[in-house]
Unconditional design. Structure first.
Length: 562
């Protein structure tokens, strides 16, 4: 790892903010690094309120979307809520459909089959709408590039409202309304919403139109927080507000489907991290292994006993998903070895028998092993489909755009994307992608970076600091849990490698004559020799709370040692 200490704010700004807030200069410095420089901004950061959410009608086309839905309700039209099969899509569909059904019965949901229909709006889905007399489709977390599909629907007298958060192409679909804060002509103040977040703005606008307040929408925020966590969008602005209050719903009064997923988790309060690693993979497993419909059934079920049955089935899919992703990762790593491709700038692997539902997870695993832009391909019908993952600060979407002559279609974000191509173009694309990345990536980006917020001494660490750091939550992109570094650290003789394969590092550390702290370094077992025999070392770490037998103490979570 290369350690990167963030630029430290100017001392006069730190002193000024620390004085205004009556906090330690270290806390003021951490806030300034997060672009919080005034008392008012700090107040919004530490005390976010739902009333701070923007007016949904500031989003381009929102008035048209609401008018079309109200017209559909007035005319007793059938409305189909359509969404992608991942967590963002299935939570968005569950959110909008359950809100509409709270006052209007003629609402159904549709999730495309990952294997039969692929990503996004499908002709099969439009034909389903046509056959079943749906005249309005609300598409969530997809559709921004579906120009031909929307035209096909229009020819069948089916209107579309698109709620998406992906980057638009040159032209927009001819839908009744296109809600996407990333539209170049959209002046909405916050453009980092996830798909479910855009869906929430739609129901917020509908609620305002119907005389409801934001308080009426709180029960839906468990879905929004789950999508924000799973889609790895920045935890800033509106996302931070929605995530904070959504976590409160998850912990206090979640919908039966989420309650059924977490009822065996023995924790006082779930964090965003728990949503990422406990709730999201299970919701995702439905679409990966079976069908995304199972996730929507779970998330819209209001009978707890039935929800528990759905959750049990989904747990089974998640076990299958884990087994598949382990097996395919082993095969992919072997393929890289056999092809002698360990020294390339990219990882591109293909096996026609790999399960399409887990190739995205496998791409993430390979990125952890060979830190470089990664694509994992499998057979999908008569074409090849792939999931792409990137490394910090490298835009894989832009790289794909430069190779688009070899692709049938592609879409996604800076760090994750999906694509399809014809089998005969696989090698052409693979070579082109390697060339583009080689020419455009900075060599430093191929070494994992550990970003450090500040260098401190152990004497700076206190229960008060820990209490304030907890108020920085929820953590996530652009508001990550702070990482500190300290020089001249020594282990007091307790260092040992622990775990089944001795892969983790357990320490008790001091600096000079400071108070000692227990420390744990997951995956750092191989660094035992570096910290043994009271040799001084540098340590990068986060500050955690550890509870044992009812006693709460500070524990350091070691990221790396030098």
């Amino acid at each position: 790892m290369r350690w990167n200490l963030k630029p430290q704010p100017q001392e006069n700004l730190v002193v000024q903010l620390a004085t205004q807030l009556n906090v330690d200069p270290l806390v003021a410095s951490l806030l300034i690094q997060r672009n919080i420089t005034t008392y008012e901004e700090a107040k919004l950061f530490f005390r976010p309120q739902l009333e701070q959410l923007h007016n949904p009608y500031l989003m381009q086309d929102m008035d048209k979307a609401v008018a079309r839905i109200e017209k559909a309700i007035a005319n007793q039209e059938n409305i189909l809520v359509f969404g992608d099969y991942d967590v963002d899509g299935t939570t968005a569909v569950s959110l909008v459909s359950s809100y509409l059904r709270s006052f209007y019965p003629n609402v159904a949901t549709y999730i495309p089959d990952r294997y039969d229909e692929g990503y996004g709006i499908s002709y099969k889905g439009i034909d389903f709408a046509d056959d079943n007399d749906f005249s309005l489709i609300i598409a969530l977390d997809c559709g921004i590039k579906s120009i031909d599909h929307v035209a096909y629907a229009k020819a069948k007298s089916i209107d579309f409202i698109i709620c998406d958060h992906h980057r638009p192409g040159e032209n927009l679909p001819q839908a009744v309304a296109v809600l996407d804060p990333k539209r170049s002509d959209c002046t909405y103040p916050y453009d980092e919403l996830c798909g479910c977040g855009v869906g929430f703005k739609l129901i917020q606008a509908l609620a305002q139109n119907r005389g409801e307040t934001i308080a009426d929408l709180i029960p839906y925020l468990d879905l929004v927080a789950t999508a924000i966590a799973a889609d790895i969008v920045p935890i800033t602005g509106e996302n931070r507000i929605l995530a904070k209050f959504g976590l409160e719903v998850i912990n206090a009064n979640p919908r039966p489907g989420i309650k059924a997923l977490i009822q065996n988790i023995k924790k006082k309060a779930l964090t965003i991290n728990d949503v990422v690693f406990i709730i999201a993979p299970r919701i995702n497993a439905a679409g990966r292994i079976k069908h995304g419909n199972h996730a929507v059934e779970l998330l819209t079920e209001f009978n707890l006993e039935q929800a528990e049955q759905f959750a049990s089935e989904i747990e089974g899919y998640n076990v299958d998903r884990k087994d598949l992703d382990k097996k395919i990762t082993v095969e992919a790593l072997a393929q890289i070895e056999q092809n002698n491709e360990k020294d390339k700038f990219t990882t591109v692997v293909y096996n026609e028998n790999w399960h399409k539902g887990v190739i995205g997870i496998v791409a993430s695993r390979l990125t952890e092993t060979y830190y470089r832009p990664t694509l994992v391909f499998t057979k999908s019908g008569d074409k090849l489909a792939a999931s792409a993952r990137s490394v910090k600060d490298f835009d894989v979407y832009n790289a794909l755009e430069k190779c688009s002559e070899h692709l049938e279609q592609f879409g996604g974000h800076m760090y994750a994307a999906g694509m399809t191509l014809r089998e005969e173009n696989y090698l052409l694309f693979k070579n082109a992608f390697e060339k583009v990345v080689q020419e455009t990536i900075h060599p430093d980006l191929l070494i994992p970076e550990l970003t450090i917020d500040a260098e401190i001494d152990f004497t700076d660490i206190s229960p008060k600091l820990l209490r304030i750091l907890k108020q920085f939550e929820p953590f996530g992109p652009e508001n990550m849990s702070p990482v500190f570094m300290t020089q001249n650290v020594v282990d007091t003789g307790y260092a040992k490698a622990i775990g089944q394969n001795e892969e983790h590092l357990k320490l008790f550390v001091k600096q000079n004559n400071s108070e000692g702290f227990g420390a744990i370094g997951f995956g750092l077992g191989k660094k035992l020799s570096r910290v043994s025999n009271r040799k001084p070392f540098q340590m990068a770490y986060g500050i955690d709370e550890n509870e044992y037998n009812g006693v709460i103490s500070v524990q350091l979570r070691v990221k790396d040692v030098l």
